[in-house]
Ligand binder design. Structure first.
Ligand code: GAF
Length: 446
């Protein structure tokens, strides 16, 4: 525990120092007065259940996004933001509740602009105006890119946890994502205005930003885990009540490995909304037959596989398969929580394998490269289980592994994956469960 806390403190100090250097360089040597961080995440199990009011079981990465800044003062009306991935491009925007999403090469800043709009709106509801002053800010991130970007960094990925580093053109680092961009913005705005916000409320503002400003109709998982994570634990999250139950990952002989396929994914396309729509269609059919005033069926979380079987004739095969995934995934996720609490890693691994098969066959959000990574990992002695993690269509896998088996896993991925990916190499990292969004000190010497 002490070592983990020390590692977080060191990473935070280095993140704030890097962001401060970027801030000074961008804003004529000025010093930031507020700083905050929020982590990326990886989901152990419970995929595409969050927008069905179900359960998810993610943990925060030990890698975070850092934001520093200061009020501009004087009569400045616009805020400015710069990020390491687009160093030199300073985006200006109005601090307002009705500010329009940015377009073109300024799209990356929408997570900031959107969060500012959400905080301004919330204050206005309480009758407060001028709650956020015009500010300057700078971002850096240790959160690796989610999935793709083998070829180029798409601007909308930045600040959703999909970060690039500049090195002879856009280049990516392996890993996955999300919530860290808007949750670090939220915590930063709270630091700037000395007005802390409840961590769940911060996550809800982040989700609204995704919907309205990034046009991704996401659930609440990414923002909630980034906002509320507990170091050392995965969180079983009830996406209806927003209650969270930390489950310690305390066995030192077992680790979590994240592997990036480097297959590009983009949840702002049509696939994610189509999956959501199929779930809505299935809920309507099940509710019509099985819902009652006493026990309404409002979401797939309220349904069982028997109920689904009962309405199978009213649904097309695709819709039925989508609902089958979600209903069975909720069951697996709760079983995985119990198994993890009992230290039964074999069962957790088996459930992860079943989750992957369901996401591949019923929900159809996997791709051949990810399936290959899961097969490679599953065939390594000492790997309990492996699956696609996150929204899908590329991205990363998560594997639960004996610590002793990590070298064999990395060697197998290195040797086997390029055969399935047309030569692309995967990148892996081992992670413990990191801390949630936090306000940080700005060192006085800055
Ligand atoms: C993406 C979304 F942002 C989440 O809300 C969740 O639906 C996930 O895909 C799938 O579990 O990351």
């Amino acid at each position: 525990k002490a070592a983990a806390a020390k590692a977080v403190a060191e990473a935070d100090a280095s993140g704030v120092a890097r962001a401060t250097a970027l801030f000074k360089k961008t804003y004529d040597g000025a010093c930031p007065t507020a700083a905050a961080a929020a982590p990326g995440r990886v989901n152990l199990i419970g995929e595409h259940t969050d927008y069905n009011d179900g359960w998810v079981f993610p943990l925060a990465l030990e890698k975070s996004t850092y934001m520093v800044g200061a009020p501009r003062g004087g009569d400045a009306t616009k805020s400015r933001v710069v990020c390491e991935a687009f160093e030199g491009v300073v985006v200006e925007f109005d601090v307002a509740g009705d500010v329009a999403p940015l377009g073109g090469d300024r799209k990356w800043a929408n997570y900031v602009v959107g969060m500012v709009a959400m905080y301004v709106r919330a204050a206005e509801k309480e009758g407060k105006s001028g709650s956020i002053p015009a500010f300057d800010a700078a971002f850096v991130s240790d959160v690796p890119i989610g999935g793709g970007c083998r070829r180029r960094l798409r601007s909308r990925y930045v600040l959703r946890g999909h970060w690039g580093v500049r090195s002879g053109g856009w280049r990516c680092r392996g890993g996955r994502k999300a919530g860290d961009g808007n949750m670090s913005t939220g915590a930063f705005l709270e630091a700037l205005t000395s007005s802390p916000v409840d961590a769940t409320e911060r996550a809800l503002r982040g989700q609204a930003t995704e919907h309205e400003y990034a046009k991704v109709p996401c659930g609440i998982m990414d923002q909630l885990i980034s906002s509320r994570a507990t170091a050392g634990s995965a969180l079983l999250i009830d996406c209806r009540s927003h209650e969270v139950a930390p489950v310690p990952l305390s066995d030192p002989s077992v680790v979590i490995v994240v592997t990036n396929s480097h297959v590009e994914h983009d949840l702002s396309g049509s696939e994610y909304p189509e999956r959501r729509q199929a779930c809505t269609t299935a809920v309507k059919a099940i509710a019509a037959k099985h819902g009652s005033d006493a026990e309404p069926i409002k979401a797939l979380r309220d349904a069982t596989l028997d109920m689904l079987a009962d309405v199978a004739g009213d649904l097309d095969d695709t819709t039925r398969a989508r609902a089958h995934h979600v209903i069975s995934e909720d069951v697996r996720t709760q079983a995985a929580r119990k198994a993890l609490e009992a230290g039964d890693f074999e069962t957790v691994g088996r459930l992860m394998g079943e989750s992957h098969a369901s996401l591949r066959d019923d929900y159809q959000v996997s791709v051949p490269e990810i399936d290959a990574l899961v097969d490679i990992a599953t065939n390594v002695d000492g790997v309990y289980g492996s699956r696609i993690t996150g929204g899908g269509f590329g991205g990363c896998t998560v594997s639960l592994t004996k610590r002793d088996a990590v070298d064999a896993l990395l060697a197998a991925v290195e040797a086997e994956y390029p055969k399935a990916s047309g030569g692309t190499k995967a990148t892996c990292f081992v992670t413990r469960a990191g801390a949630g969004a936090r306000v940080l000190e700005v060192p006085s010497e800055t």
